[in-house]
Design a protein around this ligand. Structure first.
Ligand code: NAP
Length: 353
């Protein structure tokens, strides 16, 4: 269905930044419209489905206000039955990423946020009102825009990685790790940051062994996470090592990997049923087509100190799409709140609100 409308505030993106911005904006009676992203196979593969990166993680231990506890009854009471039924049952521990995102989405809805489950493919910020072009067609005019499109997982770019995507190669352990093909099998995780350790620890529940492959001689992950990897008897860390090739065949998909040392010419072949990439993220700014100033790493530039203004007046940015430093759920939610307040003040100054 082609969407054409005139809006005061459109928020593009549906992670913690987008929903926090929506909650604040709706409470300020700005009637925000959120484009939460489309549910497509392409978005699944690129990690840009609705609810963002947090929906691809397991337990969230460090989001303020959600200590360990049985949140099952709360989830049942807070969420509409139809969406609750689509979610995994609550495990009886702390809140999970998907649960937290559903709660944030619901809070924004409760305040009056409207949601369209589609992607914005293109924008025109050259004149006001701004124009946004959804994938389903039509054009949405907006007096003010908040870009909160986050970042998505990186791939190494090996031909063999591409060949076995969906057949044992993945960038999301939580999405794919429990598949039968990985049960009691050796699995490889590539990366040395918090994501790699989180994925390795999660996969260790299903796998016989998890080979954590990192190109340096020490993990980049935080101390507490790194210790978990070192302490887990199922995780074997391969330092100074890179993934050179994913091995497999047409019948079985992934059957192993060839590792290449980063300090000498040695190589090693490991048997593996799966390969999980956890090598960082790239901000989702391609659709902006150069209309906002970006950093060399393609993150949106915040133009003013401690404000979420971009280089186009009336366009604000929040969350990981503009933050390559903190990149936490709670800091994304924080800048989401800031962007809504910035938007509200800017609209008031324009006499629009
Ligand atoms: P990250 O911290 O940027 O780590 C990426 C890792 O991938 C690094 O170890 C990096 O190696 C490696 N890498 C990058 N490109 C590579 C390549 N081409 N080949 C091989 N290895 C490559 O990313 P992240 O782990 O996704 O974490 C992102 C942010 O989210 C961080 O701020 C992190 O703290 C946060 N996070 C937090 C939690 C948590 O607290 N529970 C969980 C997940 C993520 P080098 O070390 O050599 O650079």
């Amino acid at each position: 269905m082609a969407a054409s409308s005139k809006e005061t505030l459109v928020i593009i993106g549906s992670g913690p930044a987008g929903w926090s911005a929506a909650t604040y904006a709706a409470r300020a009676q700005l009637k925000p419209l959120v484009y939460e992203g489309a549910i497509t196979e392409k978005n699944r593969m690129s990690g840009t489905l609705p609810l963002g990166q947090l929906a691809l993680t397991s337990e969230v231990e460090n989001y303020a206000g959600f200590p360990h506890g049985n949140l099952g009854a709360f989830l049942d009471s807070a969420l509409p039955a139809a969406r609750r039924q689509m979610m995994a049952p609550h495990a009886g521990e702390g809140v999970t990423g998907p649960e937290l995102m559903e709660l944030m989405r619901q809070q924004a809805v409760n305040m009056g946020t409207r949601i369209i489950t589609d992607d914005i493919l293109k924008v025109d910020f050259s004149q006001r009102p701004f124009k946004l072009f959804p994938s389903e067609g039509g054009v949405v005019e907006a007096a003010c825009v908040i870009v909160a499109t986050g970042a998505s997982a990186n791939w190494l770019g090996l031909p063999s990685e591409e060949k076995y995507k969906n057949r044992g190669v993945s960038a999301c352990a939580v999405c794919d790790g429990a598949l039968p093909r990985f049960r009691n099998q050796p699995i490889v995780v590539v990366g040395g940051g918090d994501s790699a350790v989180e994925e390795a620890t999660y996969l260790a529940k299903f796998a016989s062994t998890v080979h954590l492959v990192h190109r340096r001689d020490a993990l980049r992950a935080s101390k507490i996470m790194a210790q978990r990897a070192h302490d887990d008897p199922k995780i074997r860390i391969h330092f100074n090592s890179g993934l050179a090739e994913v091995l497999g065949d047409d019948a079985k998909g992934v059957t192993g990997v060839r590792l290449q040392s980063t300090v000498d010419a040695s190589t090693e072949v490991l048997e593996a049923a799966g390969v999980f990439l956890a090598i960082g993220h790239t901000p989702n700014t391609g659709f902006l087509d150069g209309q906002l100033e970006l950093t060399p790493k393609k993150y949106i530039v915040w133009k003013k100190h401690f404000r979420t203004d971009t280089t186009v007046e009336g366009v604000f940015a929040a969350g990981d799409v503009a933050d390559d430093y903190y990149r936490q759920a709670i800091s994304a939610a924080g800048t989401g709140c800031m962007s809504a307040l910035d938007a509200e003040r800017w609209l008031a100054a324009q006499g629009t609100h």
